[in-house]
Design a protein around this ligand. Structure first.
Ligand code: PAF
Length: 298
């Protein structure tokens, strides 16, 4: 059985695509005992209804997928891990960087892996899950203990029918996704617009080069990046085109008044800039503005 911690869009996508009857959500304190029921809309074919149970006290999962928001991960794992045996591989699906490192610092002896995915899923309403676009998921080890198990984890997840690939060095993949998120998500949240509207927005046009220059310098200092600022912008604008109709995950969070992942994206760039002596005024500005958006909404 595969246990999934986090019953949001990504958790529900894996629960819907992994073999039926082999998946359970890990209950969080105070969660309802009824199974999680929703209608799944695959990219092709008819929608169907699913009912995913919660993990019971006698269950012994062989894999744990963690699909919580970056900021919730540590706390969610602190309450879940006492009932998950030490050798069970833990796969982290969080956006950005920083939360994965918090987990490996707290549990360095566990087999911890990270995933970087381009699968797109969203929840138009409480009872539905739309698989909006197929992508790829790379999985790679973060701790030494995960090195032995990571190819078999890839095999288990590939039984979903989604494209899952092994990646020995997962950090550059996490970094590349962070750069894309850093150049799209805060702007959509601040401007309250879909990805495709960004290139026409003056605020985006006057700050995107700053985001990219700062990211290029930090990435180079960490040996994660060889591209220049303009090359990063070109890639970001390619993604903007292919996801033009998307409401970004950060805009969705901001609209719902939920905490965003800004601390783990532009905030992570700003923190690392400070640590490395690289100025990051633009990433700092975006981080502060997105954070104040939440304070204003409450
Ligand atoms: O966070 C998101 O919404 C997505 O990663 C991306 C690529 C920005 C597309 O909307």
């Amino acid at each position: 059985m595969i246990a999934i911690l986090g019953a949001g869009s990504l958790g529900r996508l894996w629960a819907a695509t992994l073999p039926a009857g082999q998946v359970a959500f890990v209950p969080r304190p105070g969660q309802m005992p009824e199974p999680v029921r929703y209608q799944f809309h695959p990219t092709e074919g008819e929608a169907f209804c699913l009912s995913i149970p919660w993990l019971q006290s006698g269950d012994a999962p062989e894999l744990l997928l963690v699909t919580t928001k970056a900021g919730d991960t540590l706390e969610a794992l602190r309450s879940a891990l006492p009932s998950i045996a030490e050798p069970i591989p833990i796969v982290l699906f969080q956006n950005g960087l920083g939360s994965q490192q918090q987990v490996t610092q707290v549990w360095p002896g566990r087999p911890v892996l990270a995933a970087s995915t381009t699968e797109a899923a969203n929840r138009p309403g409480a009872g539905g899950l739309v698989h909006a676009g197929t992508g790829q998921t790379w999985i790679g080890p973060l701790t030494d203990r995960a090195r032995q198990s990571f190819k078999s984890v890839v095999g288990q997840l590939a039984s979903s029918g989604l494209k899952v690939l092994p990646e020995t060095d997962i950090m550059p993949r996490l970094w590349q996704k962070l750069v894309i998120n850093a150049g799209i998500n805060p702007f959509t949240a601040l401007l309250n617009c879909r990805n495709g509207e960004l290139p026409d927005q003056p605020f985006y046009r006057s700050h995107i080069d700053g985001v990219c220059q700062e990211a290029a310098r930090i990435g180079a200092a960490l040996s994660l990046e060889t591209r220049t600022g303009p090359q990063l912008r070109e890639q970001i604008e390619g993604v903007i085109k292919t996801t033009a109709g998307n409401v970004s995950s950060m805009l969705a969070d901001a609209r719902q008044g939920r905490p965003t992942e800004i601390r783990y994206i532009n905030g992570w760039l700003a923190d690392n800039g400070a640590r490395l002596g690289i100025p990051t005024p633009v990433n700092q500005l975006l981080t502060e503005r997105v954070e104040s958006l939440l304070n204003r909404n409450h």
